[in-house]
Design a protein. Structure first.
Length: 582
């Protein structure tokens, strides 16, 4: 009792959540063996669901019928897609309803999935409606999402014939197929010399005789009536070579047969002219509305460091057979295969879910899922990394990892984007080295290092310290690299220093009068000569530097020009000032 109450609470919670999160996909509808019955007749009405390729696993339904016309005798659930019933089906002829909550442990999908067969007896006359209310159909998504979008009831005539509008007589057919109805052929037949040819048959609801279909509807088979035909014999059965037993009283261009249950059917049509009966045409109709048999996924190890576990998932389909299996890992895009077992592609460490959908040739499907965990291998270590380099230099890193394995290296910028990825081998001692020759833009980066063995098993990644990439230097003096910014600073400092030196000379000269005039003038000329020589060397150096943009060259040339002018003016000014001291 405790488990039932707990299960009921869970189901109700899923249904409520499903009502809030409806994605509107499934259609619930009724289908009957015929549209018209007499008073006292017993007949069935099937409750079906079209999932529109969404996997479902439960439904809560209340079916309503008119109890003054119909009596519900029994409910059959042997062929239902649901294999457990939380409630019902509960029949109440007094209230004219039957309700239930049913489900399946496996997600299923299809166009005509059977939920229940309702067996009625007609006790009154009139046109009666059978429909459903307070209905929820939940997706097999772990959230109980309500996917019901449409409920289509059914009208049945008891003692009163229902004449459907011509547009409603034909079920939906494939694009390009005629929606015409069979018509009567009235004319005087011509005299034939030989027996009739075999009729050419078509059926809009099932246009391809070699294809399995998972929808139901009133079957119409069409044919062309030659001018010499005087009789037509028709039948439909499971016998591929059956003889048509019904000789029609009137010539028609086709015939409506009843709604067929699933299975292999053959429509048998034969023409007769004045010479005799011709060859029989057999038109095959393949219907399968039942999903494959439920199955369970098996895995060689639910928790291991093997990144490619072996899974088995074989099942069978009674009618059309298994067309393919779709394999989903963690809900990602599927792999289609005809095999009932496979080794998964290498999986990253962590917990995963594999989902298998078995699909038959009619398009019905059933699924199962399984949780498994891939354990990581030993995490690598980083013992050295270049922390600050220029754009011309290589990033170098080294460390320890598994013996004779690999390290996968990713370079990540400060926005978290991958700008480089590569793999490097480790030696017999487990040492690894990575040299990244990729030219990187100026900025900060880090490395993500992941160990990998020959099976493809991975470790958890380890992140390095920050790596600073500086721009390529414009000028190198010994071990000192100078970029544009550094050169600008030096120019500014030089200008300040030169001014200070000039002022010092001026003060000194004023204090010592003419005693130092000769020495000061000589030193100023020497300083100017050195400065001029350095400027010339800088010019020569800049002429051979590659990969400097035009804008940068212009800026540097302008600074050098200004530096020359300042040096010249400074020399001229200081000499004049010294002359005043004489």
């Amino acid at each position: 009792m405790f488990y039932k109450k707990t299960f009921l609470i869970i189901f109700c919670a899923l249904f409520i959540l499903g009502l809030v999160n409806s994605v509107n996909a499934a259609k619930l509808y009724f289908i009957s063996e015929a549209e018209n019955f007499g008073v006292g007749d017993e007949f069935y009405v099937d409750l079906k669901v079209d999932t529109e390729d969404v996997d479902i696993n439960a439904a809560e339904v209340q079916v309503l019928f008119q109890n003054n016309i119909l009596e519900l005798l029994s409910v059959e659930k042997d062929s239902s897609i649901f294999n457990f019933w939380l409630e019902g089906p509960n029949i109440s002829n007094e209230d004219g309803k039957v309700d239930f909550i049913g489900g399946t442990s496996k997600g299923v999908f299809g166009s005509s999935l059977q939920i229940l067969r309702l067996n009625f007896r007609a006790n009154g006359s009139g046109i009666t409606e059978i429909t459903a209310v307070d209905t929820v159909v939940t997706a097999s998504d772990g959230k109980g999402t309500n996917v019901l979008s449409v409920i289509e009831g059914i009208s049945i005539g008891i003692g009163v014939e229902i004449i459907s509008p011509e547009s409603a007589e034909m079920p939906e057919v494939e694009e390009g197929v005629s929606r015409e109805q069979p018509v009567i052929v009235e004319r005087d037949p011509v005299i034939a010399q030989d027996k009739p040819e075999e009729p050419e048959l078509t059926s809009p609801l099932y246009p391809d005789p070699s294809k399995w279909y998972n929808h139901l509807g009133e079957v119409i088979v069409f044919w062309e009536v030659p001018d010499d035909i005087i009789k037509i014999a028709t039948d439909i059965s499971h016998d591929p070579n059956g003889d048509p037993q019904t000789i029609e009283d009137t010539l028609f261009t086709g015939k409506k047969f009843s709604i067929l249950e699933e299975g292999v059917w053959y429509s048998h049509i034969q023409f007769k002219n004045n010479v005799g009966w011709g060859k029989i045409a057999h038109y095959q109709i393949l219907i399968d509305t039942t999903p494959p048999i439920p199955f369970e996924i098996e895995i060689d190890n639910e928790q291991s460091d093997n990144p490619t576990p072996e899974i088995n998932y074989e099942t069978h389909d009674i009618l059309s057979g298994i067309a393919e299996y779709s394999v989903f890992i963690d809900g990602q895009s599927s792999i289609s295969t005809s095999s009932s077992s496979m080794a998964l592609l290498p999986q990253a460490p962590g917990k995963h879910t594999v989902t298998i959908r078995a699909i038959d040739f009619a398009g019905n499907g059933i699924e199962d899922d399984l949780n498994f965990e891939i354990l990581p291998i030993l995490t690598p270590t980083i013992s050295f990394i270049t922390k600050s380099i220029t754009q011309e230099e290589f990033v170098f890193a080294s460390g320890k990892t598994i013996v004779n394995g690999f390290v996968d290296v990713q370079v990540i910028n400060k926005e978290g984007q991958e700008v480089f990825a590569g793999s490097f081998e480790s030696n017999g001692l487990g040492n690894w080295e990575a040299i990244i020759e990729e030219s990187l833009a100026k900025g900060s980066y880090s490395l993500l290092i992941t160990a990998r063995d020959e099976r493809g098993a991975l470790s958890y990644p380890v992140e390095s310290q920050s790596i600073k990439i500086k721009e390529k230097p414009i000028l190198s003096i010994g071990f000192i690299d100078l970029g544009l910014f550094e050169i600008l600073i030096i120019v500014i400092l030089f200008a300040i220093s030169a001014s200070s030196i000039g002022a010092w000379y001026y003060v000194s000269a004023k204090k010592t009068r003419s005693a130092y005039n000769i020495i000061a003038g000589r030193d100023i000329n020497k300083l100017n000569a050195i400065l001029s020589s350095d400027i010339k060397n800088l010019e020569d150096r800049l002429r051979v530097i590659a990969k400097i943009g035009p804008k940068t060259k212009e800026e540097i040339s302008f600074l050098i020009k200004r530096l020359k002018e300042t040096s010249f003016k400074m020399k001229k000014y200081l000499i004049k000032e010294i002359e005043k001291l004489k």
